[in-house]
Design a protein around this ligand. Structure first.
Ligand SMILES: [Zn+2]
Length: 557
């Protein structure tokens, strides 16, 4: 993910279901007869033409003695299953009052076979946020358990044994998934035995990928990359090894029997990227003309998710109150570890922190709110423990105690161990109500004296009216009387002919074209203003002379 990222709500929902714990060995080519484990088989049959692809999927499982089963359709991300129908005899599928839940009825103890199709369900180019849909293209496909696998209702910790049959893929396609990397067209059957959550969170990629096998700290890793870039595949691999290697070193954990990274271009030249973490894998999308060096913090962020929260315990179903920890603390470390690794300089790191501090008071993003909270917490723990401990200890404790459920109260209890009573109540307060946390005192760079912090006036983005509502109604809505739009003459109810706004950019003029009742040459009147307001925020200031005399002085903690 990038520094200011737009979060899809679907993604947020999905992230909560990310689960924890240890990695597992992968058994290839094993039959699905694992004792009491629920057995499922998926057969994938893509019909590829020059303009489109349809991925036919067949699901088989052994029906129970009741002759009925709840069937769940993909409902997170932009999951979809088209033309769902039963193939086994005397099997019916009926609707329920939930769109993503069906009821299958079948002869008791018979094999149930259900078929459905996955396809590209949007028009136009592949840009944000269509990577979250089932990407099924003439050149390649990329799907995940959560957006593509229809399945009987299964708890996420239930043991399953699942076969994946990809034998009908085009012969020249590569196949790389969370469970195995195919060595060629005769190696297209994969299987997995373990908890269902690893399947639900699995990544499946096939198509015109270049497959590179290499090592990170002696552990096998695969890059599946497609498209043309301004960098070579080898250059990307060097950066991946450096960044992910540093993150694994931070955690003192190299338990990665296999790991997959996929990299695909957006149909957009500059400025867009996305990363998402899966079972033993993460994907990256980026603009096709951007340099790979712009993605180092994204790499670090996705690599960090392998622990936060995947190795911190299982979250109870349906809980969604820890995004600030999952995304924001991950983002805090993503930036900090790239800096500590020597891949970002101190001025860039501080400016990056300053940007989030400026956004903090108005932001609802768990990335920004959580990152600033982590910055504050790291500083307080160092102060309260006389620099014996840091936020790192909280993170390590969370992994060490992964046998406990992953809940908000456990995160707070773990942090409390390292805090004074005052700071404990500040933390609990900040988590419950999104109130301002106090200014962090030292940006958590230990005893570094190359910068200071002060409370400054800063301009932050403030449009002063409801942009989404106004665009939809073509009439001005939600103008705040104390905001810059009102001051510039914008009023509720005015009819709009056009709007030009640079989101989150307080120094770019906002233009709203209003339809006038009086006759003018164009019939419209432009209203232009800077979309910003002044706030007081903590900001870090580099001591240029101290930094110049020892640029590496703050790097080591
Ligand atoms: Zn993330």
């Amino acid at each position: 993910m990038t520094f200011v990222r737009i979060l899809s709500p679907l993604r947020l929902i999905f992230m909560i279901f990310l689960a924890a714990a240890v990695s597992f060995g992968i058994a290839k080519h094993t039959p699905s007869s694992a004792g009491d484990a629920t057995g499922l088989t998926y057969v994938f049959d893509p019909v590829v033409s020059t303009t489109s692809t349809v991925l036919h999927v067949t699901l088989k499982f052994q029906g129970g003695p009741q002759g009925t089963e709840e069937i769940e359709l993909p409902s997170h991300w932009a999951g979809s299953a088209n033309h769902l129908h039963a193939l086994s005899s005397d099997t019916t599928i009926t609707d329920t009052d939930q769109a993503n839940v069906k009821i299958a009825r079948f002869p008791p103890k018979s094999q149930v076979v259900i078929a459905y199709d996955l396809l590209k369900d949007w028009d136009g180019p592949l840009v944000q946020p269509f990577q979250f849909h089932t990407v099924v293209m003439p050149q390649y496909l990329e799907i995940n358990g959560d957006n593509a696998l229809v399945h009987p209702k299964i708890d996420k910790t239930t043991m399953v044994s699942v076969n994946f049959d990809w034998q009908k893929l085009p012969k020249d396609w590569a196949l790389a998934t969370s469970f195995a990397i195919s060595s060629g067209p005769t190696d297209r059957r994969q299987s997995f035995t373990g908890q269902w959550r690893y399947v639900d969170n699995a990544l499946f990629t096939a198509g015109d990928f270049r497959i590179h096998r290499f090592e990170i700290r002696k552990k096998p890793t695969v890059l599946a990359i497609r498209g043309q870039w301004t960098f070579t595949d080898e250059q990307a691999i060097i950066d991946i090894q450096k960044v992910i290697g540093f993150v694994r070193e931070f955690w003192h954990d190299d338990n990665f029997p296999n790991f997959l990274i996929t990299l695909k271009p957006y149909d957009q030249e500059h400025g867009s990227s996305d990363g998402s973490a899966f079972t033993n894998a993460f994907w990256m999308y980026m603009s096709n003309k951007d340099p790979f060096s712009t993605q180092l913090t994204q790499l670090s962020h996705e690599a960090f998710h392998a622990w936060n929260v995947k190795r911190m315990g299982v979250a109870p179903e349906g809980k969604s109150d820890i995004e600030w920890f999952h995304e924001g603390f991950t983002e805090y470390y993503a930036q900090l570890l790239v800096y500590r690794a020597g891949l970002m300089e101190l001025p860039a790191y501080l400016e990056n922190v300053n940007r989030d501090l400026r956004s903090y008071s108005d932001s609802t993003s768990p990335y920004i709110r959580g990152r600033v909270l982590a910055l504050w917490l790291d500083s307080q723990i160092r102060k309260d423990t006389n620099h014996k401990s840091s936020l790192d200890n909280v993170m390590f404790d969370m992994v060490r105690e992964a046998d406990k459920p992953l809940t908000l109260s456990r995160i707070l209890e773990t942090a409390d161990r390292y805090l004074s009573a005052d700071d404990r109540s500040q933390l609990h307060q900040a988590v419950k109500q999104p109130a301002n946390v106090p200014a962090p005192i030292d940006a958590a760079l230990g005893a570094c004296s190359q910068f200071s912090v002060s409370i400054d006036d800063a301009s932050i983005f403030d449009l002063g009216f409801d942009l989404t509502g106004t665009k939809a109604a073509r009439r001005v809505m939600g103008v705040r009387n104390d905001g810059p739009a009102f001051k510039a003459g914008l009023r509720n109810g005015q009819q709009t002919a056009g709007i030009s706004v640079y989101n989150n950019q307080p120094d770019k003029i906002a233009k709203v074209s209003i339809v006038t009742e009086t006759v003018t040459e164009t019939g419209t009147q432009p209203i232009e203003y800077y979309p910003r307001k002044l706030v007081k925020v903590p900001q870090y200031h580099l001591d240029q002379a101290a930094y110049a005399s020892n640029p590496e002085g703050c790097r080591k903690q």
